[in-house]
Structures are given as C-alpha cells and as structure tokens.
Design a protein around this ligand. Sequence first.
Ligand SMILES: [Zn+2]
Ligand SMILES: [Zn+2]
Length: 419
Amino acid sequence: MVKLSFNGGTHKVGGNAVVVKSKKANLLLEYGVKPGTPPEFPGHIRAKDLDGIVIGHAHLDHSGGVPLFYLSEKKPYFATRTTSELVKILIKDMIKLNSYYLPFEYLELDKMQECRNDLKYGQKVKLKDIEFQLLDAGHIPGSAMVDLKVNGKKILYTSDFNTVQTRICQAAKIPKKKFDAVVVESTYAMHEHPDRKKLEKEFIKDVKSTINDGGKVFIPAFAVGRSQEIVNILRAQGFEGYIILDGMARAVNQVMLDNPNGVKTPGKYRDAMSKVHIIRGWRDRRQAIKKADVIVAPSGMLQGGTAMFYMEKLALGAENSVFIVSFQVPGTGGAKLMETGMFPIKDRDERVNAKVKHFDFSSHSGRTPLQSFLKGLKGKPDIYVIHGEEESCDFLAEWVSDELDLKGFAPNQGDEFKI
Ligand SMILES: [Zn+2]
Ligand SMILES: [Zn+2]
C-alpha cells in the first residue's frame, strides 16, 4: 500500500509538497514557499510524522519551507551537495528579508544543516521500506528528479526538469524503467519554447545594438541558475563587453566552482565567470553601473532586490534596454512591466522608456519536450500533474488521459491517491 498525498504546488507554480506514504514510512518530497510578502506555505504537515525530506533543487518554491520541520524535530533531509549549499544561501537571504513573516529563524536553518545528507546522482538510499535515488533533472546546477521504489511500486517525481540542455546544465537523465506513478511539473505545458540557438543569436544582437547606441542592458534574473546561464550565453556568443553580476552572485558562484560536478562544462563556466565584475556592496554598485554594458541582478521578477536600484537608474532612459529572461508570475513587477510598460520608481508609477523585451530562456521543459517525455514513459504509470498555473495542470492531465491511454490527474491541495 503506497499513497501519494499532495499538500502543495497543486494548480500553481511554487510551494511543492508531496508526501510518499508507505507501510512503514512517510517521505516528504520538497516543501517550498510561494514567494511574496508574506511567503505562502503548503498545507500543514507534522514534523514528527515524517521519516525524511528530499529537496529536488535549491529554488525556494521547492526548498523554502523546509526549516519549519526543525522547530522541534531533527529529521534527515536529502539533496545533492550543490543543492544543499545553495539552499543555505537562499534560505538565509529569505530569512533576512522576511523574518517578520516567517515561523522560523537562522537557528532552524542551522539545525537543518546538521541533518543534511549530501547525495551523488545515482546513489541509493533506503529509509525503512522506501528506496530512492536522485537523478540529474537538467534544471539548474544540482537539480534532481527523485526515482523511488516503495513496497514494490516504482514512482518518479520530476520536480522541475529540462530535457533540453542549456549552457550550464546537461539534459535531464530520464530513467528507462516501467513506472507505476509519475508526478510531473507543468510550468510550460501550454507553451512552446523557441529554438535555443536562434534565441541566443537574437539576444546577443539586441544586447550589442543597445550598447552600440550608447545604452546599457539590464537583465533581471534569479540569483541561482538564470544569472549564471545568461553570463555563459553572453561569453559563449563572443560578447566581450563589461558585465556586472549582482545579488548573491559571489556566494552562489563559489558553490558552483567548489562543486564542478554540478555544472555541464566546469572549465568554460570558470572562464566565463572569471571576467565578470561581481558587486561587493553599495559603493561598488554605484561606481560599477557607470562602466557596465550589461547588468544581471535579482530579483528575476522585479520584486525587490537590487533590481529596484538598477530600474531606478536605467528604466527611464530610452537608450537602455530591460531584457526579461524568465517566467513572470502574474501580479509581479515584471509581469506588470510587460503588460503595461509601467514600473514604480521612487514609489511613483512611471512609464518605462527603455526598450522592454522578453527572451524565453527557460530551464523547464516546454510543451513538446514535456509531451515527448510522457509519451516515452514505459509501463502504464498514472500521471499526477502539479507545479503549473491552474489551466496548465488541467490541460496536461487531460492531454494524458485523451492521448496516451494513461490516467492523468491534476490533484487539488489535500488530495491523496493510492498507487
Ligand atoms: Zn526551479
Ligand atoms: Zn519550481
């Protein structure tokens, strides 16, 4: 008897939380927050009911709520070494920015670190009657899918995954075995990503044309994953201009360099990063912006972070560009900017004169790769669709039922299924 209990990430992007319940154990797969003020947590789960926790990758929508389980208990948690190091940086920053709204503090983060188990891809773990291993998910450095064997049932949990390789990640390693259940993300179930090579060429052309016209390019990007990808794209395309990287870049970069297994081509990565100016503080920031051609800084959705400083300096100049390089959750500053061309500067809504353009550099599988992945699955697994907007989850679940002769479900929060 195996059950999957969906406590978060259902019909929304972010806040993943799925419990695998076997005869003898309960294993929690991720416990993320939906970013915002205050951050939103998944459904309540009692720490004492759990035997362990797995974190697929460091993004806070998969990891941000985990310290909650260390208020009173000390349960083991499992992730790749890269993920655990990045989680430490990201959650620390979240506590710094949101401590007023959070039910935990630095102390819980420390306790969590004492309970970490660093896993290599393919390393087998046994927790009572639950066996699992982590496999490269190709999403960001250190990211993993969870491949489980529980009371004779085989289950795959994709977390966020990408079957197309990027500049810093290999493509996801999809296991070729017969699964009984697959829990899949659906961020881009209804959206096709453009061809990556063409997109890179267009991006570099627009970057150069802004700079040739005397402008600067501002790229809001997540501190982990997208920032490093953008720098690697610029360098791989032969861009020689002055790049500054802001946010938690120094600490994050150090993790990537200390864990070269986490990135696709460590040598190229080190080269690309060695020529970037990493911001050291406010004085440096104010000086560096004068020299910069390209600025990469969080937050990726223009919701706070040093992005607000760069927007204030650059958004009103018609010679500049603001290039959005990731999914913008509705209601965020970035989504509003793309819809209305307006952005709050010094607390006043202003019309942005800089050129605003979206480049779809995704680290998630798009519509066709997602469907190919599901078509390629062996056996007759039931498919559970999470981590997507309402209509994306429903669309993919229906597509599975209609096209694949499998059962597709888009669970709601609190739903439990027998496998
Ligand atoms: Zn992610
Ligand atoms: Zn995610």
